[in-house]
Design a protein around this ligand. Structure first.
Ligand code: C6P
Length: 405
């Protein structure tokens, strides 16, 4: 049995009042809060161990390097990659996707090739592919989204062809909460010879990630949505692809030998890690992975699922409530509108009550266009949220609705 109060006790930020009310933090899909172990790791690192990594024979550099590389090993286990060198540190999901689109574009995209994304992608999994298409004359195709907020798999089957080079979809939609059938998508894409990139930003904090079981070619995630620091994330890539992909950026750690006649590149994973990396945040990210592992990802999923179902049952009773994303396969994200009220107005009233939710298009403008709405109000849960907080949210929404309608 989970002790949620004990877990909450590890998050100092949650003890404060906002606008005269106890903070109810329900914007976890944007970024989750950090446990003391993560915060302290940053302080310990900077007060005791800081030096540049992979560069010095001296003790501090060795210490920093050992801690930094230990997190790569931890991350490899967390996503069950086959090789440690298949884990590339990036600034986050956005940079991971840009790396793949930029590098793979140079490797094997030709005019007329097709890139398949979906109608529920975050802008970070749309724009890099548009840039690739502009650079190489490829064509962007989009899997439509159904009224319930699922991918239209029949349409996907029809869109896949021998011309498809890359399928890039999210594992979990940040706006709808939909868990996409990535096993099926990857299997079908591989049958036509396409590579698959999975944007796992919203999945990694909430469910077991096993890149070998998924058979994903690339998998991307961000530490800051997983109780870790901002500015650090992972690109997993199969060795099969990474070994042939050209570097993304030049300089620093990514070289083997530089002369004015030409440069040879370092081995994996360093070929893709130019410049001094984000050492401190990487080390603290390791503590965030420990935090998740100590509770257990299945326990986290179970509790968040319970909160989600409890919230939906109560919110359903609010007059004029309309949910966006109504599939049975959902993570703990609830997007909604109430009749004609504007999401910003609801969000502002909730903030006055100390409740943090996200409002707007959630960086998924094409999805908003699909539903012909300007945006939604989104409540998203993490392991430290409670049913009492759901009750506060529900009362807050009722109050906002009574003021606005
Ligand atoms: N979504 C949200 O409020 P970065 O910023 O690189 O860590 O993650 C980008 C990103 C990519 N894909 C998905 C599915 C995401 O949800 C996000 C980030 C936040 O929904 C901030 S816009």
């Amino acid at each position: 049995m989970l002790d949620i109060q004990a877990i909450r006790g590890q998050f100092p930020i949650l003890t404060q009042e906002v606008n005269g009310h106890p903070l109810v933090y329900l914007d976890n899909a944007a970024s989750s809060q950090k446990p003391t172990s993560v915060i302290e790791a940053l302080e310990v690192y900077y007060s005791r161990d800081h030096a540049n990594v992979h560069r010095g024979v001296h003790t501090l550099s060795q210490r920093a390097t050992d801690q930094f590389e230990a997190v790569r090993e931890q991350a490899k286990k967390f996503i069950n990659a086959e090789h440690t060198h298949e884990v590339i540190f990036t600034r986050g999901t956005t940079e991971s996707i840009n790396l793949v689109a930029s590098s793979l574009g140079k490797l094997f995209i030709e005019e007329g090739d097709e890139i398949l994304i979906s109608g529920m992608e975050h802008h970070s999994n749309i724009v890099p592919w548009q840039l690739l298409c502009d650079d190489w004359g490829a064509v962007l195709k989009v899997i439509p989204v159904t009224e319930k907020g699922e991918l239209d798999i029949l349409a996907f089957d029809e869109l896949l062809s021998g011309q498809t080079r890359m399928v890039a979809v999210n594992h979990v939609s940040n706006t709808l909460g939909t868990i996409n059938p990535i096993h099926e998508i990857i299997e079908k894409a591989h049958k036509v010879g396409a590579a698959v990139l999975i944007d796992g930003a919203q999945a990694a904090p909430h469910m077991k990630i096993d890149v070998q079981d998924f058979d994903a070619d690339f998998y991307c995630l961000s530490s800051h949505k997983m109780y870790g620091p901002t500015g650090i994330g992972i690109l997993y890539g199969k060795e099969y692809w990474l070994k042939d992909m050209p570097p993304y950026q030049g300089g620093g750690e990514m070289i083997d030998r530089v002369s004015f006649e030409g440069t040879t590149f370092n081995e994996l994973p360093f070929k893709f890690e130019a410049g001094t990396p984000n050492i401190a945040d990487t080390i603290a990210f390791g503590k965030a992975i420990d935090f998740i592992n100590e509770i257990g990802i299945d326990e986290i999923a179970r509790w968040e699922g319970e909160l989600h179902d409890y919230a939906v049952e109560k919110m359903k009773e609010i007059k004029g409530m309309k949910f966006y994303g109504e599939t049975d396969h959902k993570a703990s994200v609830i997007s909604f509108l109430i009749e004609e009220t504007h999401p910003y107005d609801i969000g502002t009233i909730l903030d006055q009550l100390g409740i943090a939710v996200r409002t707007g298009h959630h960086c998924t403008q094409p999805l908003m266009d699909r539903f012909e709405i300007p945006g939604t109000v989104r409540a998203s849960f993490a392991i430290y949220n409670t049913k009492e907080e759901v009750d506060v949210l529900v009362e807050g929404i009722k109050k906002a609705a009574s003021m606005l309608l």
